[in-house]
Design a protein around this ligand. Structure first.
Ligand code: FEO
Length: 404
């Protein structure tokens, strides 16, 4: 794929990665892309690079439009190596280019690439004139790393925010209105849940700042996936997700050794469903941690179940728990459950650990020894009903109206 115009004299020159299936633990079932953008003005400017194996593709796309040696500036919005991995090779082909990035980027880059890069720090409020247009910079710490930067092109109404608003979605098309909307929004939500969710407070602040700055955003070019020609769609979704708003939905995620925790999971799910919550049951033998995170994003209730192995939760459940702990999902009611054989302390201890880690949990853990009997299954079902009741209080179906 050659460069694709996204505005007047502005081109996507990145690379599509059809084969990517794991992005630091996030299962990327539809691959991804590493989006870089070339602005051809009186001064020539490249915004972001690509993951290093795709350097040749980036150079090919640039060279079809301009000699790389004519590039005056390279802006690196984010240090993570899926965007800056090609930087040394690109600089070799662009000997006169000055690199612009944040101070945090420079700090990390010295460790990745060594000292001596021709880099100039930028911060919020700084601008760069390319001739007919002037770029504006907005620091965006933690979206996705402390070094992250948004580059805004006011004359074109284009925001290049790197990781924010992205999706891990490889496609032959480059724009949001060229792919099925349901698939696009599913991938955008998966991406938010697995990459952005821990920083929801900062997302909300950034959306507020963008509003205060009255940026005229007509196109958003993220660093992964499709480019938003209808930016209001993803801006509205980010407002919703960053608010932590939930809906009447529950997730029951578990693993099982001999089927007992599975029986508890089914009974809890029955209780949740009977109380009116849309319930997704996710056995971990069939679901990756990132699949669970995506389902958890809008869920009001989550039950996490494990058997006991060697006096600990099963490693697959510990893996999911660690992953979710890092993602810091908010405004949900949690329930721990599981079966045990010889140590009745482990499931309650797991529940306590979850509470101490910040998971909101008002119900006691549901536990059954060896195989749950009829009474224990009934208790699990009742816990599902109670969990649904607790979760319902947290669901905001509509924005609250101001009193007259
Ligand atoms: Fe796409 Fe934080 O890197």
């Amino acid at each position: 794929m050659a460069g694709v115009p996204i505005g007047k004299d502005i081109y996507w020159v990145g690379a599509v990665d059809w084969n990517l299936r794991d992005f630091h633990g996030y299962r990327t079932g539809r691959g991804s892309s590493y989006n870089a953008y070339l602005i051809l003005d009186e001064k020539k400017c490249l915004v972001d690079t690509v993951k290093s194996p795709f350097t040749g593709r980036l150079l090919e796309n640039i060279s079809a439009l301009v000699k790389p040696g004519e590039i005056d500036y390279i802006i690196s919005n984010h240090l993570e190596l899926d965007h800056s991995g090609a930087i040394l090779e690109i600089l070799r082909h662009c000997p006169k280019a000055r690199l612009l990035a944040t101070g945090h980027w420079i700090e990390g880059a010295e460790k990745y690439f060594g000292p001596g890069l021709p880099v100039q720090p930028v911060k919020t409020g700084d601008t760069l004139s390319l001739g007919r247009r002037t770029l504006q910079f907005i620091e965006a710490p933690m979206l996705h790393w402390p070094d992250s930067l948004f580059t805004y092109l006011p004359e074109d109404g284009i925001l290049l925010p790197n990781d924010a608003f992205g999706q891990h979605y490889a496609a032959g098309s480059r724009f949001d209105d060229e792919v099925p909307e349901a698939v696009l929004m599913e991938e955008a939500a998966r991406y938010y849940a697995n990459i952005i969710m821990p920083y929801s407070n900062l997302v909300a602040k950034m959306l507020g700042r963008i509003g205060e700055m009255k940026l005229d955003i007509r196109l958003i070019g993220p660093s992964h996936g499709l480019i938003w020609r209808r930016p209001e769609k993803i801006l509205a979704a980010y407002r919703d997700w960053s608010s932590g708003r939930t809906r009447e939905k529950a997730v029951v995620a578990y693993d099982t050794m001999w089927g007992s925790t599975a029986l508890l999971a089914e009974s809890i799910a029955e209780g949740l469903q009977s109380a009116g919550l849309e319930t997704v049951v996710m056995p971990l033998k069939a679901s990756n941690r990132s699949d669970v995170a995506a389902e958890v994003l809008e869920a009001a209730a989550v039950a996490l179940g494990t058997p006991v192995l060697n006096n600990l939760p099963l490693p697959s459940v510990a893996d999911l728990y660690t992953y979710l702990k890092g993602l810091r999902p908010r405004k949900k009611q949690w329930l721990a459950f599981g079966s045990y054989g010889w140590n009745r302390e482990i499931i309650p201890r797991f529940a306590q650990e979850m509470k101490e880690a910040g998971f909101e949990m008002e119900l006691p853990a549901v536990a059954a020894r060896f195989r749950p009997d009829g009474g224990e299954l009934a208790a699990a079902r009742a816990a599902g009903v109670r969990l649904a009741g607790l979760a319902a209080g947290a669901v905001e179906t509509e924005p609250k109206e101001k009193p007259e």
